[in-house]
Design a protein around this ligand. Sequence first.
Ligand code: ARG
Length: 460
Amino acid sequence: MAKLWGGRFTKETNKLVERYTASISFDQQLAEEDIEGSLAHVQMLGECGVIAAEEAEQIKEGLLKIKEKIQTGEVQFSVEHEDIHMNIEKLLIDEIGPVGGKLHTGRSRNDQVATDMHLYLRKKINRFVQLLEEVQQAIIKQAEAHVKTILPGYTHLQRAQPVSFAHHLLAYFWMFERDKERFKDSLKRVNISPLGAGALAGTTFPINRRRTAELLGFDGVYPNSLDAVSDRDFILEFLSTASILMMHISRLSEELVIWSSQEFQFIELDDAFCTGSSIMPQKKNPDVPELLRAKTGRVYGHLIGLLTVLKGLPLAYNKDMQEDKEGMLDTVATLEGALQLLAPMLDTMQVNTEKMRQAVQEDYANATDIADYLVNKGVPFREAHAIIGQVVLYAIQHKKFLLDLSLDEYRQFSPLFEADIYDILQPEHVVSARKSEGGTAFNEVKKQLELAKTVLEEKA
Ligand code: ARG
């Protein structure tokens, strides 16, 4: 089969080479963007008089026909035509004849492929912002139901101080908010047009780059043609934002796995989001959060992979850069799957408020509050800390919790203890007392919840 670039060659390409260098198996996912870019390019060529208006019209019609054929699955892509760009050009020439050969006037696959990826990532980033908002909605729904649900808050995975469950969940709301901000901010760099940079140096034809940028909805054009075809920063940035997002999803997933264990029993994931064991009939496994946690690995891998591909490349385009695609496409698929599952899984999660309550009660997580009690009576914090350390040790040795000690027992450690200590030690009091801005006091959490809702509505 004749190559579109076959002119200066005297031999057929080795079949293994053909296979090895082709990208059609994966870049066919960019078909829609490739046609979109070509439609804008050809319209501009017609407007600028680089090709005749009727020719531009014929090419446009041909491209639309090919788009339709791709959508209905009538098209067979071939390795002989290497990539999506040459496959579509070949299909076009087959469809409308030699005039199809005018499409590639004044451009190169180098600015073409970069354009495709800018268009593709713009579309996907907008989709991820939307999917993240669905996850945030699910978090808000659970948080609204659990402002007054108290569970132990942990540091070092040791019970530290009780917190509102809504407060804990909302921490993830803000992580996802930052992920959204990073995605949206990156659009400034994603949404610019490399088209018209040609192979590397620009073109001799009187094209209008601003016009194609406008037709494609880009906010501007790359000011340097070499940079336009060599830049993959916008993909790296996408991969790094995706990596941070996956890290957040992984941390949340880890908590879901722990919380749904027999040891914690704080939550139960809906049956629809769990799987069973082939041997142990009693098992209900949290496979979804486990896989979400694990899939973080491949996304980090793609980021490091592409950073490494690019690090030694001279300007401008190098074939190495074809390796930017599979990692990007896999990251898109991974994020899409993760975010689509996360929202309904959180939404349908059952919260075992009694188990959380029990964990709070059978614990010493209110110890800081008796230390603060003594501090309020004038004892320096460090001294109070030492006294309460003794109290906790005494309680542990006597197999009691802090609420079970008598006032006489408390007074052995300090004469400042009064009967009101028992109110101070109640979990509700312990939580309510943390009124500092952004703290876990119920009123603070309610304010935070309102803020989260406003942020989500404003941006929607
Ligand atoms: N398939 C190529 C890629 O993905 C398209 C650009 C090819 N350009 C070239 N000069 N060989 O990078």
